[in-house]
Design a protein around this ligand. Sequence first.
Ligand SMILES: C[S@@+](CC[C@H](N)C(=O)[O-])C[C@H]1O[C@@H](n2cnc3c(N)ncnc32)[C@H](O)[C@@H]1O
Length: 272
Amino acid sequence: MDPQSCQLGERPTPPYFFIPDGPVTGDVDPWLSDGWIAHCEAEVREIGGQADRRVSILRRLARRLLLGHADIPTHLAPLLPIVREMLAEKERISIADVGGGFGDNYGILRTVLGAELVDRMEYTVVDNARSIALGRRLFPDCRFVEELPEGHFDIVVVVVGTLQYIPKWQDFLHALKGKGNIVYVARSPLRKSGEGFEVKQAVCPAKGSHALEKCGIANVWVVGREELQAIFADWIPIIDKFHTSYSSEFGRLPKEKRNVAYYVAVWAKRAG
Ligand SMILES: C[S@@+](CC[C@H](N)C(=O)[O-])C[C@H]1O[C@@H](n2cnc3c(N)ncnc32)[C@H](O)[C@@H]1O
């Protein structure tokens, strides 16, 4: 069943990204759906030391050697040394995690950094009402809000797995530059060359009681690498790397639009 004509609650055949061939119906906000929240609740069970038992000892050892810790995913690993370095210089640091869901990134960092360092982080997650209600229950020591608060997050701003869902992402990133000294963008599909483009995604959460069922359609903006770099031209690039090919996910799109991969990019504001 193709992801466009498939009804909510049914299981479409991947890949889930498509260019609509007519009006898209049955649209609901996937991030407020029961299916997505069930996925988040299933994710919770894998965070906080109850690591996935399916991950073999050898794989965990390899991850420990390569990434420095077995329980940190690739898209979050580059954040660890940045946070550690800042904590070595400052007594307290503040982090804003836009689109941070129920605090999964916070939960992972907390596990990896340990209580002593976590006590010195003021971590704010920005997301929708349903996700933050779940987050507040799970992580009472983290701040959850629906709108990015006034003020400056002097240390890090995190946008993990979210940039592609933000309309007018250019305006959003320009605004973020005024909110922090470091911007960290990860786990979003970036087009390696050529202009960015728009596509639809049937959101089918991987886990939980509604696993692989379509829970809504998201508008996705695939950002062009050069467009992204231009926004941060006056900042210092610290990390700029692709880490996972996304071509097969875009298998329903014309060939010239499959030059897409997940990436991690980090910029620091210039002093003065
Ligand atoms: C794939 S989830 C990623 C959640 C989390 N950051 C993670 O790493 O797992 C995408 C998140 O983006 C959020 N989101 C969607 N549209 C958004 C927008 N316009 N502004 C901020 N967040 C948005 C959703 O609510 C959802 O939590």
